[in-house]
Write a protein that binds this ligand. Structure first.
Ligand code: NAP
Length: 252
């Protein structure tokens, strides 16, 4: 393989924002590993990216299944020997295709704790599992970047303002706190890895037209993915421990 060609892994890359990020990274000339929990869907997405001229390979990776996480790291090691970019994009709302801010089953006083557990399992614990399995490979990169896909809804500053732009959203005890936890985790990883030159940031893609909100979002997946790619490709003197939307830094 070409030692100068960057190797990027995007989890949940078979559709939506992750898929668009994979397309954009491939268009930049990178080798893109399309993480997907369903191997058929992952293979199909990778095939379509190759059809468009990209260097894409499917990896069967369910972030809640440690065996698939370990096997993915093993395959990347054997095939590429390192990883340059990890985008932790896979996520669930917990309410199917109902946008979390419209999901009555996430209202704190009524939420089922099992649903909160399931959401945290994917959106938080899955990120720890994948990141820790990939870190030995990321440490072999000369410019490793980790991007955690959070949400504007993760911002406790924005959400706690009764007159702020998100005042109308239904309260959520599952999705929204899971993304706030992901933001907190981002800072902790960034602080640990700063000395190693691994830059770790959280991003909010905006309200994007995908299955996760039954296509009520107003941004295209490509527009939403742009900030993922921007933080995945920042220079060595770029930010770490930050939270960014397309228009710039966001408050935690
Ligand atoms: P999406 O179209 O539903 O895509 C989600 C992706 O995550 C799918 O590929 C899905 O795979 C995958 N996934 C779910 N659970 C997984 C698991 N356990 N292991 C591996 N992959 C898993 O949703 P999206 O809108 O593109 O969301 C992508 C990310 O952006 C999520 O983290 C989401 O929270 C975040 N986000 C989205 C919006 C928005 O407006 N859309 C706003 C803020 C943040 P399957 O196809 O197998 O289900």
């Amino acid at each position: 393989m070409n030692a100068h060609k960057k190797v990027a892994l995007v989890t949940g890359a078979n559709k939506g924002i992750g898929r668009a990020a994979a397309e954009q990274l491939a268009a930049l000339g990178m080798t893109v590993l399309v993480g997907a929990r369903d191997s058929r869907r992952g293979e199909q997405a990778a095939e379509e990216l190759r059809g468009a001229g990209g260097d894409a390979h499917a990896l069967t990776l369910d972030v809640t299944n440690p065996a698939t996480v370990a096997e993915s790291a093993k395959q990347i090691d054997e095939r590429f020997g390192r990883l340059d970019i990890l985008i932790n994009n896979a996520g669930i709302t917990g309410s199917g295709q109902v946008s979390p801010d419209q999901a009555h089953d996430q209202i704190p006083s009524a939420v089922e704790v099992d649903m909160v557990r399931a959401v945290f399992e994917t959106n938080v614990f899955g990120v720890i599992a994948v990141t820790n399995s990939m870190l030995p490979l990321l440490r072999r990169s000369s410019a490793a970047r980790i991007v955690n896909v959070s949400s504007h809804a993760a911002s406790m500053t924005l959400l706690s303002d009764p007159d702020g732009p998100f005042a109308g959203l239904l309260p959520s005890a599952a999705y929204t706190p899971s993304k706030s936890a992901l933001s907190a985790l981002t800072v902790q990883y960034a602080n640990e890895l700063r000395k190693d030159g691994i830059l770790v940031n959280a991003v909010a893609p905006g309200y994007v037209d995908t299955d996760s909100n039954n296509h009520t979002g107003f941004l295209t997946p490509a527009q939403g993915a742009a900030v993922l790619v921007r933080l995945a490709t920042v220079a060595d003197d770029g930010p770490t421990a930050g939270f960014f939307g397309e228009d710039g830094p966001l408050p935690w």
